[in-house]
Structures are given as structure tokens and as C-alpha cells.
Design a protein around this ligand. Structure first.
Ligand code: WTA
Length: 668
């Protein structure tokens, strides 16, 4: 595929005509954590730079080797050092006399439902949970699945696993029972931590029933695997409770001792597995380990937000079910001893200004969100944020998808306009992936003048490039594939249980050069700054959430009425991209009935989750295929994006596109 193929030509050319820049505010430059000298230092000796950054952590046993690259692409960082991730995120701050410092300002969705946890509180809670896990037979190397709303116990559950060397896998609460079961089974979790439910859009929404259903599915293939379910009571809603497997958190954890001695683990001890969509139907379990991951998460969080831990209040709006929540709610900020806001609910509950009210109430100074949220606020207009005091903001961030220049400028002026004493608030457009573990590219707020829509350049110590099909770096003004040209501390170590797929997916495309293939298209502008243009594979980005076309196709085909399905990611003004599905029904299904689109859409929802629901489902008589049988998604994307259908000469049956395009024009 050609780079940038998932973006329309119009978007692309708009981006490349964007010439505005925003210089860093003088007050920020004057006291910036990172300056040009840091880039120079890292460029002189990358490994020495990372060895120095690793000293942000407390090591139980120091490392002697920074990078072991003897068996690429299975790189190891700080491998002979030992440390405990939870100790680094919690205990050492208490030992340093910061036990009374607020770690979490938790804000529940119902108004006035708030709770502050200090670092000392967190130490007690994590210790109790670690003791409870051990009493449930969980130990180092075991896997704990976490399926929770955004409540403090979710963070405690993650850190408790890390504390005892257990590997956590957090499954986004919006995923279905089916998706949860697949992940629980793939990583072999023996404990699931969940809650009765959480608050979303003003109402209690249930989680526990999905766990019950998932366990039945796991039991069918792997009997006895899940030994315990630990349930937090959050909403008080009625739940089914099976005492042979279910345990209440408020009984088991609350009664456990709050004294627990953390053990040091090797730097390469696995910390967590995070599932993400790949180009095939089966989600990939991305494996992250301890020392290198924590080093880069802590360094980038400190560098990109210009974090001043004693005075800043930080807030990242991501869910802990995604990698952003792992690196920039849990591990980065807590390793840095930051004070942060954790919000449970939706942005518009109970009213549209909820986020801005939280910024005002807690004097949030560092804020991190996604372009899809910014676009939805932009649609609501300027008056909602204008009625709140947002002058506490110093640095605001964006992650998850390319931010369109208009959204960038709105974010900078309407949300960030009064920050830094009225000088305005720099935007960090951070490019990274589940696989990279932490930020790889972003302008730094005290150094680089931001360009709307561009992630611009690698962070110190990281090396990226844009290359052509042959792996040769492209010149300024040209496009190609985004690659990482040397290993980095927080890189994924493998795909859980599938080393071969790890090598194939990321390291075979530019094998000769030894480059990591990110799957994104990018362009260097005339100044050599990098603009990420979007995926070049069959992965789409819906509201910053990664979904694979194949995953949704598999879900559709699992419905008894469906014979075949093709899904494409179409450009969408609100969500960035949206799934559009073309479905061939089985003969036995007839025309499927009047509500066929709804039936299939509900089916996808229950197979994967609401985020995967197609924006449009079209019933078609045939799919456009090449003579060798490959579906030509490019043509389907043309129809979905309402463009003139492109070159059809390689189609086995050229007439088919006329039929599909005619059908699309009349369907809803
Ligand atoms: C996209 C989220 C442009 C990109 C941390 C990447 C971005 C995928 C940006 C990873 C950005 C993320 N500009 N595109 N600043 N940030 N992306 O694994 O396509 O959920 O490959 O990680 O999101 O998504 P993931």
C-alpha cells in the first residue's frame, strides 16, 4: 500500500499547506526541564543518556550494561539490574518524606463523589492488595486480568500485581465479554479484578455480568484457569455472586495487612501485556518489561510536560484500559511523584463543561487528551469552555491520532489561550504506540515551536526516520514509512506467546536495515520536521482507538446470516475514521429483513464492543476482488468516503463497483 493511503488526498494536501508555528512562551523557556543541550547530549552518546535517565528510578541492584543487542530484535535493557515497579511508583516517595502529598485527586462521575489519595494511602492500599493477591495464590509470573472503571482501585490493582511480579493485563471496560474472554485466555490469567459497575453518562453501568459471561467462555476452552474474581463494590448495583470463585474487594483486600515488603525483580521481568489490534483478526498481546519501560515512561512524562512535581497538577483523560493510561496515568506520573486528577466518567456528565470545571476546580496545569475529544468540544463552540477559568494550564497534550490543524489551533487558543500568564499554552503532539510503550516523537514545550498537525521530531535519545520502499531515508518534502532506527528502552519485547509474529510484524519489512516498522505513513516537510499521516496497513483509528478491519470482518462473518464481509476505515469528521462494512448475506438469509443493518451492528457490538460498531453496513451482492481473490479495499474506501471510484482495471469483474456504488447511494 502507498503511505498515507488511509487519509484522503484532501486531508493530506491541507496538512502540507499548514505553515503556522507557535513559539514556546518565554516564561516556560526560562525554566524548562529540557533544553537544546539535552538533545545534543543524547545525540553524542545515546546509551549514556539513557543510563543517566534510568537513575530517575531506584534500583535495588544497579545495572552494568545499558543495552544488550546480541540477539536482535530481542533487545534487553538494563538487564542485570533489579528493581520493583510499585516501589518506584509509591513507597520511595513515602520514604522521601512525601507521604502526605496527594497522588490522586479522584473525581467520580456523580457530582461531589470525590476522594483524595496521598502517596501514603496508596502505599497502604497497594500493600493490602498485594497481600490479598498472594493469599489468593497469585505470585510472580502469574497473570492478573483487570476489567475496571476509572476508580482508584484500578490503579491499586495494577500496582499490586507489579509489586509481587505478577503480570497485569488491563482490558478496557468498553470491551465485550467475548473480547475479555479472548484476552483472559490468551494470557492465561488466573485472577480477574473487576467491579460491580461504574458511572457513565449519569447512570450506573454494569461490568460484572460481562466477567461472568467471559468466565463461562474461558471455562469451555481452558477449564479451571480462572481461579478467583475480586470484585470492587462501586455502584452497589445487584450482581450475581458465586462464592466458589467471587470475592469482594472490601472483604479480602480491606482485611489484609497493610505491610508488604516489595521484592526486586530483574529489569526484563514482564510488567504487563496490553492487547492491541493488528492486521489479522486476533489481537496481539504486546509485552512490556520493567526497567526500560519505567525509565522511558518517567523520562518522557517529565520532559514532555515540563513536569514540576511540587507544583503541577496533571490530568490525563485516557482510560487505564489503553496504553496511554498505563504510561501516562500509572507508571510515568507515579514514578515521578506527581499529583494528578483521575476522572471516572464521560466529558458531558452532568453537563458539557464538566472537564473544564475539573480543570478549574483542581487548577490543572498539565493536561493530556485526544484529538477526537477536542473535535467534539470544538463542535459545541467556544462559550462552554469560556465560562471556566483555565488559566492554570501550562502545557497541553494530544495523543492517539493525527490532530488536524484546525483542532490544534482551537485547542491552543480556546482551551490554552489564558495559560502561562496569557502567553498561551504549548501543545505537545505526542506520537507513539502501544508497542513503543512511551512517547517517541513530540515537540518539547520549552524548546520547539509547534506546527499544528505535526509531531515534528524524536524525543532526545530516540531515533526515527521516514524511509521509502527500499528503506532509504526520504528527502525533505517527501513521504514514506515511519521507522524507528535504533532500539529504545520502552520498546515492546515480543508479542505474548508469539515471537515469530513479533519478528514478522515489526522487523521483517526493513530487515536488512534493522528498522522497526511502525505501520504509519509520514512525511518530512521542507524543514525536515515529521508529520504522521495515519496507518498504512489494515488498521483503523476510531476516536484514537485502534481496530483492525479483519477483526470486525471476523465478527460479522461469525453471524449465521453472513457469508462474507469487507470492512474499511472511512474518514470521519468526528471520530477520525469510522468502520464501514460491506456484507454479502447467505442465500438462506434472503434479504436479511428490514432491520438487517441493526442486527449485524448489534452483533459486532457484542462480539467486540460498542467502539467497533460500523457507521454504515451495506448489503452487497459481491465484493470487488482481484483475479487472485484479494478484496480491493481501496475501492470500497472510495465508496465509503463518497469519492469517484478509482482504477478498477485489476478487478476480476469490473461491473461490480457500479452495483456497489449504486447501492451505497440509496442506503442510509
Ligand atoms: C496513531 C496510542 C499521529 C498512529 C498511544 C499510531 C498518532 C497509533 C499519534 C497507535 C499522533 C498516535 N499523531 N498519529 N500524535 N499518536 N497515533 O497503539 O497511527 O493505541 O500507530 O497507541 O495511533 O495507537 P495506540
Amino acid at each position: 500500500m502507498t503511505p498515507g493511503a488511509t487519509m484522503s488526498d484532501e486531508t493530506l494536501s491541507n496538512l502540507l499547506h499548514e505553515k503556522r508555528t507557535f513559539a514556546p512562551p518565554a516564561s516556560l523557556v526560562a525554566a524548562a526541564n529540557v533544553t537544546q543541550a539535552d538533545y545534543d547530549e543524547a545525540a553524542r552518546d545515546r546509551l549514556a543518556f539513557w543510563a543517566k535517565q534510568a537513575q530517575r528510578l531506584t534500583w535495588a541492584e544497579p545495572f552494568t550494561e545499558v543495552l544488550d543487542d546480541s540477539n536482535p530484535p530481542f533487545y534487553r535493557w538494563f538487564a542485570d539490574g533489579k528493581l520493583n515497579a510499585a516501589y518506584n511508583c509509591v513507597d520511595r516517595h513515602v520514604e522521601a518524606g512525601k507521604g502526605d502529598k496527594v497522588a490522586l485527586h479522584w473525581v467520580g462521575e456523580p457530582l461531589e463523589d470525590t476522594r483524595d489519595l496521598t502517596y501514603a494511602d496508596l502505599q497502604r492500599e497497594v500493600s493490602k492488595a498485594a497481600n490479598a493477591y498472594e493469599s489468593l495464590g497469585v505470585g510472580a509470573g502469574d497473570c492478573v486480568a483487570i476489567y475496571m472503571p476509572m476508580i482508584p482501585e484500578a490503579i491499586v490493582a495494577m500496582l499490586a500485581a507489579a509489586r509481587i511480579g505478577a503480570i497485569h493485563t488491563v482490558v478496557f471496560g468498553g470491551f465485550s465479554a467475548e473480547a475479555l474472554a479472548a484476552r483472559v485466555e490468551d494470557c492465561g490469567a488466573k485472577l480477574i479484578v473487576t467491579s460491580d459497575g461504574g458511572y457513565r453518562r449519569g447512570a450506573a453501568s454494569a461490568l460484572k455480568p460481562a466477567v461472568d459471561e467471559a468466565i463461562q467462555k474461558v471455562e469451555a476452552v481452558s477449564p479451571g484457569q480462572v481461579e478467583n474474581v475480586l470484585v470492587v463494590r462501586r455502584t452497589g448495583q445487584e450482581v450475581a455472586f458465586d462464592p466458589s470463585i467471587d470475592t469482594w474487594w472490601h472483604e479480602t483486600v480491606d482485611s489484609a495487612s497493610d505491610q508488604h515488603t516489595p521484592e526486586a525483580f530483574e529489569a526484563e521481568h514482564p510488567l504487563y501485556v496490553m492487547y492491541t489490534s493488528g492486521t489479522t483478526g486476533k489481537p496481539k498481546g504486546i509485552k512490556h518489561t520493567t526497567g526500560g519501560y519505567l525509565t522511558q515512561a518517567a523520562y518522557t512524562h517529565w520532559a514532555q510536560f515540563d513536569l514540576k512535581p511540587e507544583t503541577d497538577v496533571y490530568w490525563c483523560t485516557a482510560d487505564i484500559g489503553w496504553v496511554t493510561g498505563h504510561s501516562y496515568i500509572v507508571y510515568g506520573p507515579l514514578a515521578n511523584g506527581a499529583t494528578q486528577v483521575l476522572y471516572e466518567g464521560t466529558p458531558d456528565a452532568p453537563e458539557r463543561g464538566r472537564w473544564w470545571k475539573i480543570i478549574q476546580d483542581y487548577k490543572v496545569s498539565l493536561f493530556y487528551t485526544a484529538p477526537t475529544a477536542i473535535r467534539s468540544f470544538m463542535k459545541q463552540g467556544d462559550t462552554v469552555p469560556a465560562s471556566y477559568d483555565l488559566s492554570s494550564l501550562r502545557v497541553i497534550g494530544s495523543v492517539g491520532e493525527p490532530i488536524n490543524p484546525e483542532a490544534y489551533v482551537w485547542y491552543r487558543t480556546v482551551i490554552g489561550g489564558s495559560g502561562n500568564g496569557g502567553e498561551g499554552t504549548p501543545i505537545i503532539d505526542t506520537w507513539w504506540q502501544t508497542e513503543t510503550g512511551a512517547t517517541m516523537m513530540t515537540p518539547l514545550p520549552g524548546v520547539t515551536a509547534g506546527k499544528p498537525g505535526s509531531a515534528m521530531l524524536a524525543v532526545p535519545g530516540i531515533e526515527v526516520d521516514v524511509v521509502n520502499d527500499e528503506g532509504v531515508p526520504v528527502g525533505d518534502g517527501q513521504g514514506g514509512y515511519l521507522v524507528v532506527t535504533s532500539p529504545w528502552p520502552s520498546m515492546l519485547r515480543t508479542i505474548w506467546g508469539d515471537d515469530e509474529r513479533y519478528v514478522d510484524t515489526y522487523w521483517s519489512r526493513f530487515k536488512e536495515q534493522g528498522y522497526y516498522f511502525a505501520g504509519d505513513g509520514a512525511k518530512k516537510d521542507e524543514d525536515g520536521d515529521i508529520w504522521v499521516l495515519g496507518r498504512v496497513d489494515d488498521v483503523m483509528n476510531v476516536s484514537g482507538h485502534r481496530l483492525s478491519t479483519t477483526e470486525i470482518e471476523s465478527a460479522l462473518v461469525s453471524h449465521p446470516m453472513v457469508a462474507e464481509a469487507a470492512v474499511v476505515g472511512a474518514t470521519d469528521p468526528d471520530t477520525g475514521q469510522a468502520p464501514v462494512a460491506y456484507v454479502i448475506l447467505r442465500e438462506s438469509a434472503g434479504d436479511g429483513g428490514a432491520d438487517i443493518a441493526k442486527v449485524l451492528s448489534d452483533h459486532v457490538r457484542s462480539e467486540i464492543g460498542p467502539i467497533a460498531k460500523p457507521r454504515q453496513i451495506m448489503i452487497v451482492p459481491e465484493l470487488p476482488k482481484t483475479r487472485s481473490g484479494k478484496i480491493m479495499r481501496r475501492l470500497l474506501r472510495d465508496v465509503a468516503e463518497k469519492r469517484v471510484v478509482g482504477d478498477t482495471t485489476t478487478l476480476a469483474d469490473a461491473g461490480i463497483m457500479d452495483l456497489i456504488a449504486a447501492g451505497a447511494a440509496t442506503s442510509t
